[in-house]
Design a protein around this ligand. Structure first.
Ligand code: LMR
Length: 319
């Protein structure tokens, strides 16, 4: 049978890297940079095919495809590992847990970051890196200044129980939905609103179908870059080393551009004038924090009280 023949020595190893966002985003650009560097550092022995915009798979399917080996690499958001049975990643979704990127970086670059990636191994997945996107804004067709404004709104979320608890704490009705379906769901009123970093909101044109947004920075969205473990470990050491070098540089690049990409997207949406962006007053921010902090305790039994406490300590949230 043709498919069982060994690959000829001069045939490149193909890595399919599937993702759900636009090419013109921190993740899209990181994936493209990895493609270039991987080909360079393996002298063309590896060819990376990047499939953006859910072209190949939507959120849930892409993780199944990775485990089956239909694709070799992904970079799902940290909010999407719960259905795989690795709930601990949802610690990244806790509202107001990261005061800034420096605090976040302490967690991803420190022991907690490493421990979490290691939890993927029994699932047949190798965790390679953390890539940034940014802090989220909340959007809908009505102003969202105080928690009361969320009452009864249907809000699209990623598949994270922490995000579900977050929306419920605000009095909203959370609805899990694949990223590729969000624009249409907002346009047709299947959901009323959602939360996103500005880069995702802008590149999916969600600002065209959302009249109001609050720059709440209430939560973080970032990625774990992952590979099929059997594939990764089956590579010749010199090839794997080339790919690791490419990943280290692509990671540095992706994380260096993420903030600017989000700043630019927010500015572009403001200039487009379709969405009115609201900045918190200190009093409003206080009310959001009061409504959302109980989610940390509520989620302790799911994520692990110890992991939450260690993360809070690392980020300076508690002394
Ligand atoms: C979302 O589903 O909102 C995000 O995870 C999409 C992404 O990959 O940034």
């Amino acid at each position: 049978m043709l498919s069982s023949q060994p690959a000829r020595a001069d045939q490149p190893i193909v890595i399919k890297f599937s993702h759900v966002v636009a090419p013109d985003t921190p993740k899209g650009k990181g994936a493209d940079r990895f493609r270039e560097l991987a080909e360079k550092y393996t002298d063309g022995a590896v060819k990376v095919e990047v499939y953006p915009n859910s072209q190949l798979y939507k959120d849930k399917e892409e993780l199944e495809a990775l485990q089956l080996g239909a694709v070799q690499m992904l970079a799902p958001s940290l909010a999407k590992f719960g259905p795989l049975g690795v709930r601990e990643f949802e610690v990244f979704d806790l509202p107001f847990i990261f005061p800034d990127k420096a605090a976040l970086r302490k967690v991803t670059d420190g022991p907690i970051g490493k421990e979490l990636l290691a939890k993927l191994e029994p699932k047949g997945i190798v965790g390679l890196a953390y890539w940034d996107n940014g802090f989220k804004v909340m959007s809908a067709n009505r102003p969202l200044k105080t928690p009361d404004d969320f009452l009864g709104l249907k809000m699209r979320i990623q598949s994270s129980k922490v995000l579900e608890a977050e929306m419920k704490a605000l009095g909203a009705v959370p609805q899990v939905m694949a990223f590729s379906e969000v624009y249409q769901a907002l346009q047709t009123g299947v959901v009323d609103g959602t939360e996103n970093p500005p880069s995702n909101m802008y590149t999916q044109k969600m600002h065209e179908v959302q009249k109001h947004a609050t720059v709440s920075n209430h939560g973080y969205l970032g990625y774990a870059v992952i590979a099929n473990k059997a594939f990764w470990e089956g590579l010749k050491p010199e090839i794997r080393e080339g790919l690791e070098k490419a990943m280290a540089e692509a990671t540095e690049y992706a994380n260096s551009i993420a903030q600017q990409e989000n700043d630019d997207s927010l500015a572009a949406m403001k200039a487009a004038g379709k969405t009115t962006f609201h900045e918190f007053t200190p009093k409003e921010k206080e009310a959001w924090i009061k409504a959302l902090l109980p989610v940390h305790e509520e989620m302790a039994s799911r994520i692990g009280a110890d992991l939450i406490a260690r993360t809070q300590k690392e980020t300076g949230l508690v002394p």
